[in-house]
Each structure stands twice: as structure tokens, then as C-alpha cells.
Design a protein around this ligand. Structure first.
Ligand code: HMG
Ligand code: MG
Length: 306
């Protein structure tokens, strides 16, 4: 399989990153983060989520975020939606793309969205139908594709079953999430091979967390499987509040360094992302987890991987 010449990166830091911050992040910072990222050239910046504020308090001001960001032509700003109530709120905030999410494992489904996998599909079918009828683009996430914090090993066939169901509902793309960052390259290739028997590779995105330091290796393995869309998070922000111990997403700066170094086009300004990674890390008072970002900011990295 040939490696794609062009990759679409979905920046998920403002959602997957900030949802896990312990202290409340001020609205101004959230808005500035989204605006800085969209200015850096991302085709998509996941900007918030319309979930229960009892479950994820950090995302409770997503309506205000959507009201204040400078929406750029050609940039998608997806938001997470778990149910019809979330869709109502997203529509009221003039969200044009939603992301629905299910788990490949039963344990994480119960802990993260308080229902079984089968119930989650039943709950989401009318949500996706109504969103599509309203002209929204709908992305689907399948979590725990390489392991579950509650159930352990997850068979690739379970990942495929959930991905197939989301496509049948009307999702244009399925993002396969290694939520707890435990997968290794061979395993990831197996998951992609299994899912791609049911979902075209062009409709598969990969979403890696970097808990075990495998994020960039797993991106490379996925590229070699013909995958051309990846989720990543500036400064490696994040984690999931219902996946204890999981670290942030693979850092956008590290993925850009790999891609640009391999001559793969993204349309994204590495320097602008690295500056934003330094800025948000300082604002949050946390270490910058992007190694290529830190090297750039210290003046020791080549500017861009090229
Ligand atoms: P539940 O408790 O069963 O829901 O939670 P409920 O219907 O009984 O409602 C409970 C309360 O929440 C009620 O309020 C509802 O009105 C309210 P009360 O009457 O008690 O005051 N509520 C809502 N409020 C605002 N917006 C809504 C909404 N829905 C209910 N949409 C539910 C079920 C799905 C709502 C809950 O479990 C939930 O919100 N879960 C989301 C958890 C979450 O966001 N996790 C992180 C994102 S997933 C992730 O990070 C993985 C990913 O990155 C991919 C990867 O890494 O693999 C995507
Ligand atoms: Mg995630």
C-alpha cells in the first residue's frame, strides 16, 4: 500500500485536550486556542462538546465558544454530541459538523456514556438521521480500538462492528480511537485491515493517545496502511476523564514533523502550531508534551521536519 502524498489533520486539542483539564479553562483562552489553530491552516478544529455538564464540566461553555470563535471559510469545527439533547444544543449554537461516539468495548461504553454498545447505537441512530437531514456533516468515533481500561483486550472484529454501524447510520468518516494509548504498530495495522473490509480506507481516520509513546509510530503504521486522516492535539494536550491514566493525544507538532519530513502535504504551518503549543502550555501551567514543538521553541529543532 502506498503512503498518501497528502494528509488531513483534525486538531482535537480544544476538545479532547481541554476536556481533561482539572481547573476550569477561561472562555477567552478556549476561543483564542481555536482561532490560533484555524489560522494555522487546519482543515478541521474540534472546538467543543455538547455532553452533560455533570459528566464533563470543562465543556459546559461550548455554546459560548461557538458563539465567539472566528469561523473561517473552508474550516470545519466539529463538536461532540452524545444524544438528542446534545444535538438540540449544537444546532442552537449553529454547529455545522457533529461527532458522535461509541466504544468498541462494553466496559468503556458503560463508564463513558452510561449505556451498552447496542443501546448507544439505538440512541444515536435518530440523532444522526436528524443531523444529516438538517444538513450537518456527521463524523463517528469508535473508542478503545486497541484496549479498554475496564475490559482489557478488544477484538478488532468488535471495532469493525461498531464502525460499520456508524457508517450505516450516515457518518461520512470513522475515527478509530486508541483511547488509552496502548496499541502498537502491528496491532494497529490489524485493526485497520479488519475495519477496512467493511469501511473504505478513505473513510477511516486514526486517533492516537500517546500514553506508551507509540503515537508517532502508530501514525506511520497507519500511513503505510493507506490512511490519510489523523486526529492530533497541539502540545499533546488531553486525555479522557473516563479513561484513567491515559495521556493526551499524539502531539500535532510531532505528527507534523513526521509528515513534513516525509514530504507529505498538510497545508498546516508547523511554526504557528509550535508557537500555539508553547502558548497554551504556559497558559495551562503544564509541560509541553510535543517534543518537536519543544525543540522548535528551544531553537534546536529544524523548523519543520523538512
Ligand atoms: P446519563 O446520566 O445517563 O444521562 O448520561 P441522562 O439522560 O440521565 O441525563 C443526566 C443529566 O444530564 C440530566 O440533567 C440531563 O438533562 C443532562 P439533570 O436533569 O440531572 O439536571 N444531559 C445533558 N445536558 C447537556 N447536554 C447533553 C445532555 N444529556 C443529558 N447532551 C450521557 C448519559 C451520554 C449524557 C453522559 O454519559 C455524557 O454526557 N457522557 C459524555 C462523556 C464524555 O464526554 N466523555 C469524553 C468524550 S469521549 C472521548 O474522549 C473519546 C474520544 O476522544 C475518542 C477516543 O479517544 O477514543 C472521542
Ligand atoms: Mg480521544
Amino acid at each position: 500500500m502506498s503512503v498518501p502524498g497528502k494528509v488531513r489533520l483534525v486538531e482535537v486539542g480544544p476538545r479532547d485536550g481541554l476536556q481533561n483539564e482539572a481547573g476550569l479553562v477561561p472562555l477567552d483562552i478556549k476561543v483564542a486556542l481555536v482561532d490560533r489553530l484555524s489560522a494555522a491552516g487546519f482543515p478541521a478544529v474540534e472546538a467543543g462538546s455538547f455532553v452533560s455538564p455533570r459528566w464533563v464540566p470543562q465543556m459546559a461553555d461550548s455554546p459560548e465558544v461557538f458563539a465567539r470563535i472566528a469561523r473561517r471559510a473552508g474550516v470545519a469545527y466539529p463538536a461532540l454530541v452524545p444524544n438528542m439533547k446534545g444535538l438540540d444544543a449544537a444546532l442552537a449554537a449553529d454547529v455545522r459538523e457533529i461527532a458522535v461516539f461509541v466504544s468498541a468495548s462494553e466496559g468503556f461504553s458503560r463508564k463513558n456514556i452510561a449505556c451498552t454498545r447496542a443501546e448507544s447505537l439505538d440512541r444515536l441512530a435518530p440523532v444522526v438521521e436528524r443531523a444529516v437531514a438538517a444538513g450537518l456533516a456527521v463524523r463517528g468515533y469508535v473508542s478503545c480500538i486497541a484496549g479498554c481500561p475496564y475490559d482489557g483486550a478488544v477484538p478488532p472484529s468488535d471495532v469493525a462492528t461498531m464502525a460499520k454501524a456508524l457508517v450505516a447510520m450516515g457518518c461520512y468518516e470513522i475515527s478509530l480511537g486508541d483511547t488509552i494509548g496502548v496499541g502498537t504498530a502491528g496491532q494497529i495495522r490489524d485493526v485497520i485491515a479488519t475495519v477496512s473490509r467493511h469501511v473504505p480506507r478513505a473513510a477511516i481516520a486514526m486517533h492516537f493517545h500517546d500514553t506508551c509513546g507509540q503515537g508517532v509510530a502508530n501514525v506511520l503504521a497507519s500511513l503505510e496502511e493507506g490512511i490519510a486522516t489523523f486526529d492530533s492535539s497541539v502540545a499533546g494536550l488531553g486525555g479522557c476523564p473516563y479513561a484513567p491514566g491515559a495521556s493526551g493525544n499524539v502531539a500535532t507538532e510531532d505528527v507534523l514533523y513526521l509528515l513534513h519530513g516525509m514530504g507529505i502535504e498538510t497545508g498546516i504551518d508547523f511554526a504557528a502550531v509550535a508557537e500555539t503549543g508553547g502558548w497554551i502550555s504556559a497558559r495551562l501551567g503544564r509541560a509541553n508534551a510535543a517534543r518537536a514543538g519543544r525543540a522548535y521553541l528551544a531553537g534546536t529543532g529544524r523548523t519543520d521536519g523538512r
